[in-house]
Design a protein around this ligand. Structure first.
Ligand code: GLA
Length: 370
């Protein structure tokens, strides 16, 4: 208790509490509940990176923000960016991290050649399936047992519960997910946890569609271990009740839940979730805090994080991992989406790597309860 008090006092005084009296690290505070992860770049695995020390101190799981996606990893047939991937897996292994693969199949950040035939038209079903299998086979050979979990498919459903029209579904139709999970199961070691990953899973139609799809996959003898809820949330929405309802729907479907990309938007924004094609121009109105977050908003953010982690703690039997999309506010994608060049504050560590009041609030959840 004393530690938390000192932390609070020091934070109120504007000091860097962790340097003076260390509070428990996030990963230790929640060790009995779930793993705590961060999305990283290869650069963050180097001691010179500003986020390096925090990454080692606070987190026990890593997700590659970009480097294993089809485009960044394999931009042209036969060209593989193995160096960054090797750096990532070696770091994970050296530090005993739960090392996530993100993502095998996503309609974004996948190069056009994947979907094309020799004449530039749509690849045939057989061609696409072959390329999908080669991708997983390659990743399995190099990083197989070093990968704890794979996001097998990312964002295949729309908020209304329909299957998204994408090059994958144009060529494979409703078989996209079964084929994807079949390939993963046949190519990857059985030790790997398989996830379906998406945003806006608090939309009832969307989570129900995911639950139905899991039933379909399982009826085909395919393994789905967990659902990744991206958790790109905002200060006011979704509500805690909506988050809980979504979690309970997944629990009832007998899958584990990983919160895979958590961040909390504090700036005004018209779109929810993470539809990366949504864009807006920079204005003074949509970038209101270029010089720092006002204390009242900082406090709202802390309370929001505390409420979310209180819910996570309550449902720790279903939740296996909570991963933040970034380590500090400086490396958040929300500085550039859906508006490029904003100053955003979605994480628990500020631009200087210092704990924000939200960190103390989150730690308070487990300090108070058994
Ligand atoms: C989605 C993807 C992530 C990342 C974020 C934003 O949520 O799953 O890999 O690209 O968008 O950067």
């Amino acid at each position: 208790m004393k530690t938390y008090l000192c932390l609070a006092v020091s934070l109120l005084a504007g000091g860097s509490a962790f340097a003076i009296e260390p509070a428990p690290a996030l990963k230790d505070a929640f060790a009995k509940d779930f793993r705590i992860g961060a999305a990283i770049s290869a650069g963050m695995t180097k001691p010179g990176h500003p986020a390096y020390a925090l990454l080692l101190q606070q987190f026990n799981s890593i997700t590659p923000a970009n480097l294993l996606k089809w485009g960044p990893y394999n931009p042209k047939p036969g060209v593989f960016n193995e160096e960054a991937a090797e750096t990532y897996f070696a770091f994970g292994q050296a530090h005993g991290m739960y090392t996530v693969g993100h993502t095998l199949f996503w309609h974004q950040q996948t190069p056009p050649w994947v979907f094309q035939n020799e004449n530039g038209g749509d690849a045939s079903r057989a061609q696409l399936l072959q390329r999908m299998r080669e991708r997983v086979n390659h990743l399995a050979k190099l990083y197989g047992t070093r990968t704890a979990a794979w996001d097998v498919v990312n964002e295949a459903f729309l908020d209304d519960g329909t299957l998204r029209v994408s090059p994958f579904t144009r060529i494979l139709g409703d078989d996209f997910l079964p084929e994807a999970f079949r390939i993963a199961q046949e190519e990857l070691p059985s030790s790997v946890t398989f996830l379906y990953n998406d945003y806006n899973l608090e939309a009832p139609a969307k989570v129900q569609a995911v639950v139905r799809e899991i039933g379909k996959l399982r009826s085909l003898g395919l393994r789905v271990d967990a659902v990744g809820n991206q958790a790109h949330w905002r200060l006011e929405s979704p509500t805690i009740a909506e988050i809980e309802a979504s979690l309970l729907a997944l629990k009832a479907a007998n899958v584990k839940v990983h919160y895979t990309e958590l961040d909390i938007e504090v700036l005004p924004r018209a779109v929810s979730g993470a539809e990366i094609t949504a864009r807006a121009a920079l204005t003074a109105d949509n970038n209101p805090y270029p010089n720092g977050l006002p204390p009242a908003v900082q406090e709202k953010l802390a309370q929001r994080y505390a409420a979310i982690f209180a819910l996570f703690h309550k449902h720790a039997d279903v939740i296996e991992r909570v991963t933040f999309w970034g380590v500090t506010d400086a490396d958040s994608w929300l500085n550039n989406w859906p508006v490029r060049g904003r100053t955003n504050y979605p994480l628990l560590f500020d631009r200087a790597g210092q704990p924000k009041p939200g960190l103390e609030a989150v730690l308070g959840v487990v300090a108070k309860q058994p």
